[in-house]
Design a protein around this ligand. Structure first.
Ligand code: NAD
Length: 521
């Protein structure tokens, strides 16, 4: 451990030591519960009279519920409650080993609080902030001992969410961050280290999940329920539209604007006109009864294409040498076997997909169907999206786009073939990277920039998005699985299509050694 200033603890506070939680709202109540369940005497302080006692009452109800469901022992519930004591002033917390502040998200209010706390607590008391967007460096500035200020960013609901981002600002002493990290582990959490930059890890890497959807919606590439279904099909627990409706468009827009402004209005983070309009119109999501969807109804059903049987069963060739090609071959084999045939396979092909007669179903490499049709000098082209996992479950929604010159027969046969392969094909506008490939490539890009800037390690980024956002995989796991060439090809295609700063490939990705070179068709 380096540069430990006198008094900064290298070890986490022991379970016998007192924790002061300031702010008894949604987050403070949860933090008090977790600290008390770990055995700490907890003092709970709120500037609103009665708020701490109310939070304790609410917690008593929550714990009773857990006991009733046999998820917590009655004695543990009683002991947890008994360890938390509402206090009227910080003066009672002179002996605290740790303060976690979870007050209103306001720089001035948090700075004043930290300054007042310094006058009360001992020199070896850690000062943790649960801020979700304010710079930890800015919060520590001007304090007598700024090295002990650490971000301890919990996620909502605190008792259930395992992730804690342990955020270091420029002043934060490594020993203080390490002590908070070890403490979070002792509280049963899975902490990750992060550097204090806008959005830290999770709120930053998640931006493209919303932003790419909003961009697709703005250019009318697909309706919300199709985008949601395709991303759920790729393994995301909630689609971005239903998730934004749940979070609230006002909250989501505020975080987006904060990250955009904090990055000196870098176009990469530019908020969407669409979301602005929804917020201005009071379409905030579930809480106002209407966002992308109306509530309580929720998403309308997916469009059902007319079902047609696939033709040209005797002229099928599978192209490519990746797991998607292997899966296509296996599925095509099942289709052709009753006809006594099996598909041809061309491993050394410049593209991945299925050739049916003279028509082609092509796995996206980021380019549009129109561009693929031009490169292949064929009209009957359909590009299909990346699957989250291969093989995917039967009936998985998957986006495809037709080249503008595709004949009417192929317009019907492309979805017929995708359906025959076991997918639920969703026709979308011919846009680069369709839905899943585009979104995931941009999540990887954002994570790569975060690593480039020393915000976190690739391992921390993967852990943070899986624990904090329930993503099915981390960005660097996707990168390893899809391959550097495939991900950067999608980014390059997006960049060439839209031009401007938004889709620039992270220098971190460009500096990685290329795995292999491939021809483009
Ligand atoms: P909240 O409004 O539910 O609670 C904040 C509480 O702080 C209120 O009870 C308020 O009376 C009290 N308070 C305000 N100023 C105070 C002061 N100077 N001294 C003492 N008490 C004061 O808010 P919340 O959602 O619990 O958020 C608290 C913090 O946690 C914010 O910094 C927020 O950004 C962060 N956070 C929130 C979430 C979330 O999902 N809600 C997630 C992660 C982090």
């Amino acid at each position: 451990m380096t540069s430990t200033a006198p008094g900064t603890p290298a070890l986490p506070p022991a379970a016998t030591q007192t924790v002061l939680v300031v702010g008894a709202g949604i987050m403070g109540g949860g933090i008090a519960q977790v600290a008390a369940q770990a055995g700490h005497p907890v003092l709970l302080l709120d500037s609103r009279p009665g708020a701490a006692a109310q939070a304790l009452d609410k917690l008593a109800g929550t714990l009773d519920g857990l006991v009733a469901k046999s998820r917590l022992g009655a004695e543990e519930a009683r002991a947890t409650l008994a360890r938390i004591r509402p206090v009227a002033s910080a003066a009672e917390a002179a002996a605290a080993a740790l303060v976690v502040e979870a007050i209103v998200e306001n720089l001035q209010a948090k700075r004043e609080l930290l300054r007042d706390l310094e006058a009360v607590v001992g020199d070896d008391c850690l000062l943790a902030t649960n801020t979700s967007s304010i710079s930890v460096t800015a919060l520590a500035a001007g304090l007598r001992r700024p090295g002990r200020v650490v971000g301890m960013h919990f996620f909502n609901p605190v008792p259930q969410m395992k992730l804690v981002e342990v955020v270091s600002g420029l002043h934060t002493e490594p020993a203080a961050a390490q002590a908070v990290f070890a403490l979070a582990q002792a509280w049963g959490k899975q902490p990750v280290h992060a550097r204090s930059t806008p959005g830290f890890i999770v709120n930053r890497i998640a931006r493209p999940y919303y932003a790419e959807t909003l961009a697709l919606l703005l250019e009318q590439a697909a309706p919300p329920q199709v985008i949601d279904a395709c991303l759920r099909g790729a393994g995301f627990r909630m689609g971005p539209c239903e998730l934004m409706d749940l979070i609230g468009h006002d909250t989501n827009l505020a975080v987006t604007c904060a990250v955009f402004d904090a990055n000196y209005q870098d176009k990469r983070y530019q908020p969407s006109l669409l979301q602005r309009e929804m917020v201005d119109g009071g379409l905030l999501g579930r809480k106002t009864g209407r966002g992308f969807y109306r509530y309580p109804e929720g998403a309308p059903p997916l469009p059902q294409p007319a079902q047609e049987a696939p033709t040209h069963l005797l002229e099928v060739t599978v192209h490519g040498n990746c797991e998607v090609a292997a899966w296509l071959e296996q599925r095509a084999l099942q289709l052709l076997a009753p006809h006594g045939r099996h598909p041809a396979r061309l491993y050394a092909s410049g593209w991945t997909g299925l050739e049916v007669g003279r028509a082609r179903l092509v796995l996206t490499d980021g380019r549009t169907a129109q561009e693929r049709a031009q490169a292949m000098e064929l009209d009957d082209i359909a590009v299909f999206d990346r699957m989250g996992a291969v093989p995917c479950a039967p009936g998985t929604a998957l986006a495809y786009a037709l080249a503008p010159g595709a004949h009417a027969a192929w317009q019907h046969q492309a979805p017929a073939w995708l359906a025959a392969l076991g997918l639920a094909p969703q026709c979308v506008a011919d846009s680069p990277g369709l839905i899943v490939a585009r979104t995931v490539a941009m999540l990887v890009n954002e994570a790569a920039d975060a690593v480039l800037q020393g915000v976190c390690t690739p391992q921390a980024a993967d852990a943070a998005v899986k624990l904090g956002l329930n993503y099915p995989a981390g960005p660097f796991e996707w990168l390893a699985h899809w391959g550097l060439g495939e991900v950067t090809a999608v980014l390059r295609a997006l960049d060439e299509h839209y031009r401007g700063e938004r889709y620039r490939t992270s220098p971190w990705l460009r500096r990685q050694p290329a795995a292999r070179a491939g021809g483009r068709a």
